[in-house]
Design a protein around this ligand. Structure first.
Ligand SMILES: [Zn+2]
Length: 320
């Protein structure tokens, strides 16, 4: 999502949420200065998370937020792109940049998808993905909506670019998930994921893509991630059963929620895809200036990172 997307899509139980529609943002309680000054909860040690360093991921959220508002096409977003690419290269990741232009409600906007492509023993591709742009909104820094999932994907890349993987792994950082207009109305959203899906269809890579796992808004405390109901059932089952095995059944819960997000471009092309997002828990701060670093809990980054790592290992076994 830029979460925007997500949100918008948020039609659950057949009812469009008013919050997604519109000008009226959900107002969240502002944090008191004391809350903002409080130190974040302690991150679990990497040894408990297959090496996933939640403190490092939290630090990445802080660094991304420090770029300020970073909607697609903005100077801050270009600086952020350089930062993400430099981080990935420092991990030894093979990084590809897909520059493209989108026609948007504000005119032609230059965008960039950043894709890590790690060759594996097999040509089958597993993709993890996030969006890194933030919603156009004054003073909106998107700690949860944009930075949290970007930070987790950076940490996954740090670990998996250094590993000999059994399948080919792509980690995609999408630009332009958020709608430029306040409302989420097609086609003004998910520019980057639609671009990559189309490009993969043209190149033939799409036929090798066996699973796409999207993360969005995964940074707040007390995460409650519901099964996104349009997502592919077997892939959702794999991720949720992995979480349950690791003891996170209270985080990856078995209720359903429908969200429109960057996974849809792949679902529409017949690819198994799954969205991991806590939209409802974050709704008080969603697309408000209260989506700030003090709302981010390193334990949540650690849980989702751990689940993504183990889900990737499970996918390697499944695709063997
Ligand atoms: Zn958003």
């Amino acid at each position: 999502m830029r979460r925007v997307a997500l949100c918008m899509a948020l039609i659950f139980l057949g009812t469009a949420l008013a919050a997604c529609g519109g000008g009226q943002s959900v107002s969240g309680a502002a944090s008191s200065p004391a809350q903002q000054a409080a130190a974040p909860p302690q991150a679990p040690p990497p040894a408990q998370l297959d090496g996933f360093d939640a403190a490092r991921a939290y630090d990445q959220v802080a660094k991304l937020v420090a770029f300020g508002p970073r909607p697609a096409g903005s100077d801050a977003n270009r600086l952020q792109q350089r930062y993400i690419i430099a981080q990935l290269k420092s991990y030894g990741c093979p990084v590809e940049e897909d520059d493209f232009h989108s026609q948007t409600p504000i005119g032609d906007v230059a965008m960039k998808d950043i894709v890590v492509k790690i060759p594996g023993a097999r040509p089958d591709i597993v993709m993890f993905a996030t969006h890194y742009d933030t919603k156009t909104l004054a003073n909106f820094v998107g700690a949860d909506d944009g930075a949290s999932s970007t930070a987790v994907m950076l940490e996954l890349a740090r670990l998996l670019c250094a590993r000999k993987n059994q399948v080919t792994l792509w980690i995609a950082f999408f630009d332009g998930e958020e709608a430029f207009n306040w409302d989420w109305q097609d086609p003004d959203n998910t520019y980057g994921s639609r671009e990559l899906a189309a490009e993969m269809a043209n190149s033939g890579d799409l036929s090798r893509l066996k699973a796409m796992v999207l993360a969005d808004m995964i940074g707040i405390s007390n995460l409650q991630i519901k099964r996104e109901s349009d997502s592919t059932t077997w892939l959702t089952d794999l991720v949720w059963s992995t979480a349950a095995r690791l003891g996170y059944g209270n985080v990856f819960v078995n209720q359903k929620l429908e969200i429109t997000d960057d996974h849809d471009a792949f679902l529409k092309r017949g690819v198994a895809a799954c969205d991991v997002i806590d939209f409802e828990g974050a709704s008080p701060i969603w697309h408000t200036v209260n989506d700030t670093l003090d709302k981010i809990d390193p334990r949540s980054l650690g849980i989702t990172g751990h689940v993504f790592l183990e889900s990737f290992f499970a996918l390697e076994q499944k695709l063997h």
